[in-house]
Design a protein around this ligand. Structure first.
Ligand SMILES: *[C@@H]1O[C@H](CO)[C@@H](O)[C@H](O)[C@H]1NC(C)=O
Ligand SMILES: *[C@@H]1O[C@H](CO)[C@@H](O)[C@H](O)[C@H]1NC(C)=O
Ligand SMILES: *[C@@H]1O[C@H](CO)[C@@H](O)[C@H](O)[C@H]1NC(C)=O
Ligand SMILES: *[C@@H]1O[C@H](CO)[C@@H](O)[C@H](O)[C@H]1NC(C)=O
Ligand SMILES: *[C@@H]1O[C@H](CO)[C@@H](O)[C@H](O)[C@H]1NC(C)=O
Ligand SMILES: *[C@@H]1O[C@H](CO)[C@@H](O)[C@H](O)[C@H]1NC(C)=O
Ligand SMILES: *[C@@H]1O[C@H](CO)[C@@H](O)[C@H](O)[C@H]1NC(C)=O
Ligand SMILES: *[C@@H]1O[C@H](CO)[C@@H](O)[C@H](O)[C@H]1NC(C)=O
Length: 656
């Protein structure tokens, strides 16, 4: 009996408590945790007086707050223009995990967006424009996958717009203008994105396909954006007035008449964009037709890309001989074991800057959308047939050596011949040796000059011995460097492609005397050019510049005359005078150089002998044939650095 009444009382008690708590919620309904978070935010953020949140009433009644129908969470927080000042305190707003709308625009908020905003996973709209918020694009925001509207305009944000923004597939509004965002624009794949602006930032690179339909004013005022509605990025295929019978790139095909008309119209309009799109569409059409399958994405699937395998290369050769379409023939052909997987369209979209203009074409540094950087050389005056071109490429593409810049791919069409090779970030010997002489320059020290001499010699010897290829254009701007100053030779073996109007060994100062007459480059003429390069390393003088005093005197003859008539040390680069104990080596290298620049070709050593001679110079000291770095004057102890002034080379000394 006792037990029964006890349990009944317990049941009654339980029900009562439940009823009370239910009615309490209905009467006094408000989200307690959200309220605390809001109070924490406001108490730490200076603001105007009209925002008065009374802690003793429901947060759902506060200025700027809306709760859901059940008043169980804060649905939106809007405090535009209420004089909020300073940083958004962390661990406050980030706790409003049910929030759908957050507007703090037109205040004076500063500092970074707190990382805990990434917890606002249900957020649909975020308006923070017109503040002084700074720091990088908050990566946490890219996790808010339900975001519809993201407005960060007119703040002080810097750094890149992260690629992860493409995770925000529901975006309809993305306004980032008037900030300091830099770097490239990511490919933003939001199908419903209709309002977009990134103007007045510091962006560069190409406008991705997905954004190219927005007007130019959405991109204006950036560092160097191109493509889309702006100027064409791509210098490889500018829109020149095409000859009517063969517009550039567009294959000679049944459609070509119609197409060239279209192209002419496009040019008449003056719109590089139109032509570009046209070409792209054409490419896609041809692809589609060829494969009888829909080409939906602007980037073709990997399988359709040009080939990187043995089988692939031969199949592309079959295309040439077989009766396939011109479009199939005109594709980027990769060499075996290629490390890249882009295609012509990717190259078309790449942003590019001119690296150098040479006698056979212009080189560009091209940054592809996925971030790969390559060098594209656009050849001019190629006289050989496609077949001959391909045979040359086949030989060059096989050459693999640490000290040779690998050729990765080529492209041949009637109007364009392109070579793709690796980009070497440390630049050329020419830039290192002759760039910004004087103020702010780090001189190239002797150990690094020796390293460059030896590695370049090895690269050229490999071309000669294993590749049976004459370099044909050895000069300091074709000696490219890795960050550790290991050198690689580039631009090799191209002479067979050009007519006799292009001088072999194109830069005069490096050209062997017999080449001027025979107009043919040989292994021995390469050795001569390399000798000139060694003299350049030793003297610091550019052979192709008129810095040698007398008109018409070349570097070898200038060195010979100085050595004959004066103290040998006068020829050496004044920048080397700060290093000591190197004179003997400099003289040894000078002797090797002088042997290489012998007037009579037969008196020049073979390239592999040159390598051996340079190696022998130092063999006693280290394994790899190079001396240990010990000549930095800052490490020196004997204080015998020669006075620089007393050894200034003649051309620097004013002759009274
Ligand atoms: C807060 O609300 C309570 C109850 O409505 C009221 O008595 C009190 O005066 C209010 N406080 C302020 C500062 O408005
Ligand atoms: C409000 O609460 C009721 C009952 O607790 C529930 O059925 C309803 O789904 C809730 N509505 C919302 C919008 O959360
Ligand atoms: C997000 O919320 C969880 C739990 O509520 C918390 O542990 C975490 O620290 C929060 N994330 C950030 C970035 O503050
Ligand atoms: C924001 O950038 C503007 C213009 O660059 C500058 O004047 C201002 O001081 C910056 N504000 C902050 C808080 O860094
Ligand atoms: C997109 O979001 C998912 C899940 O949050 C994440 O795993 C993925 O890495 C994100 N993608 C990018 C490009 O950041
Ligand atoms: C785009 O908008 C349509 C219509 O409003 C909608 O049905 C669709 O889900 C949206 N797509 C995305 C990815 O948000
Ligand atoms: C873009 O600018 C950054 C520096 O802000 C630079 O490192 C990068 O090379 C530039 N890219 C291109 C394609 O110009
Ligand atoms: C983008 O923003 C800039 C600066 O606010 C404005 O001048 C331009 O008209 C805007 N363009 C678009 C398409 O919204």
């Amino acid at each position: 009996m006792m037990a029964v009444s006890f349990s009944a009382a317990t049941v009654v008690g339980f029900v009562l408590i439940t009823l009370l708590s239910l009615s309490g919620e209905r009467v006094n309904s408000e989200p307690i945790q959200d309220k605390q978070a809001l109070l924490a935010f406001l108490s730490q953020t200076p603001h105007a007086n009209r925002v008065q949140w009374n802690a003793s009433v429901s947060a759902c009644t506060w200025v700027g707050i809306k709760c859901d129908d059940n008043q169980s969470y804060v649905y939106s927080l809007r405090l535009p223009g209420v004089g909020l000042v300073g940083p958004v305190p962390p661990n406050t707003l980030g706790r409003l995990t049910q929030l759908r709308v957050l507007s703090l625009r037109s205040n004076r908020l500063s500092g970074p967006i707190p990382a805990d905003f990434s917890n606002l996973t249900l957020l649909r709209s975020l308006y923070l424009q017109g503040n002084q918020l700074s720091g990088e694009f908050p990566t946490g925001l890219t996790q808010l996958e339900r975001l519809n509207r993201l407005v960060l305009s007119s703040n002080n944000f810097t750094g890149p717009i992260p690629f992860a923004v493409s995770n925000l597939t529901h975006l309809t509004v993305l306004f980032l203008e008037n900030n300091g965002f830099s770097g490239k624009l990511p490919n933003i794949q939001a199908p419903n994105l209709t309002n977009f602006n990134v103007s007045n930032n510091k962006l560069n690179g190409s406008i991705p396909q997905s954004l190219s339909n927005f007007p130019a004013s959405a991109f204006s005022g950036n560092l160097d954006l191109c493509g889309g509605p702006l100027k064409a990025c791509n210098p490889f295929f500018p829109a020149p007035a095409p000859s009517p019978e063969s517009p550039p790139i567009i294959p000679a095909h049944k459609k070509s008449k119609k197409l060239s008309t279209a192209a002419i119209v496009a040019i008449a309009v003056g719109s590089a964009l139109a032509l570009f799109l046209l070409l792209l569409v054409l490419f896609l059409c041809l692809r589609k037709r060829r494969r009888q399958q829909p080409a939906k994405a602007p980037k073709p699937p990997v399988a359709t890309r040009s080939v990187e395998t043995e089988a692939g290369t031969s199949s592309s050769k079959d295309d040439i001989t077989g009766g396939s379409t011109e479009a199939e023939r005109n594709k980027l052909v990769f060499f075996n074991g290629g490390v890249y997987s882009f295609d012509l369209e990717d190259l078309l979209r790449a942003s590019a800057e001119v690296l150098g203009k040479g006698s056979v074409g212009t080189s560009y540094k091209a940054v592809l959308e996925e971030g790969t950087t390559v060098v594209v050389k656009r050849l001019k005056d190629v006289v050989v047939t496609k077949r001959e071109f391909e045979m040359t490429m086949e030989v060059l593409g096989k050459i693999k050596h640490d000290n040779v810049v690998p050729l990765r791919a080529f492209y041949f069409s009637k109007d364009e011949k392109l070579l793709v090779s690796d980009y070497m970030s440390a630049g050329s010997l020419s830039a290192l040796l002759h760039g910004s002489r004087g103020s702010g320059r780090t001189p190239l020290d002797w150990d690094n000059r020796m390293k460059i001499a030896l590695s370049a010699a090895r690269g050229i010897a490999h071309l000669h011995v294993s590749g049976k290829v004459v370099h044909g254009n050895i000069k300091s701007s074709n000696i490219l460097l890795r960050p550790d100053n290991d050198a690689s030779v580039s631009d090799f073996g191209l002479n067979p492609l050009f007519g006799t109007s292009t001088p072999p060994n194109r830069v005069a100062g490096y050209r062997a005397p017999e080449v001027v007459e025979t107009r043919k480059v040989t292994f021995k003429s390469d050795v001569y050019s390399f000798g000139v390069l060694l003299l350049e390393l030793l003297t610091g003088k550019a052979p192709n510049q008129a810095s040698l005093g007398e008109e018409g005197i070349d570097l070898p003859r200038w060195v010979q005359s100085v050595v004959r008539e004066e103290w040998t040390a006068e020829v050496f680069d004044v920048e080397l005078m700060r290093y000591h104990n190197i004179e003997e080596e400099m003289v040894q290298l000078l002797q090797i150089a002088m042997a290489c620049v012998s007037t009579v070709p037969d008196q020049r050593p073979a390239m592999q002998e040159v390598v051996r001679m340079i190696e022998d110079m130092n063999r006693a000291e280290t394994d790899d044939g190079l001396r240990q770095s010990s000549d930095d004057p800052s490490k020196g102890s004997d204080g015998h650095t020669p006075p620089a002034g007393s050894r200034t080379p003649p051309s620097v000394t004013p002759t009274p």
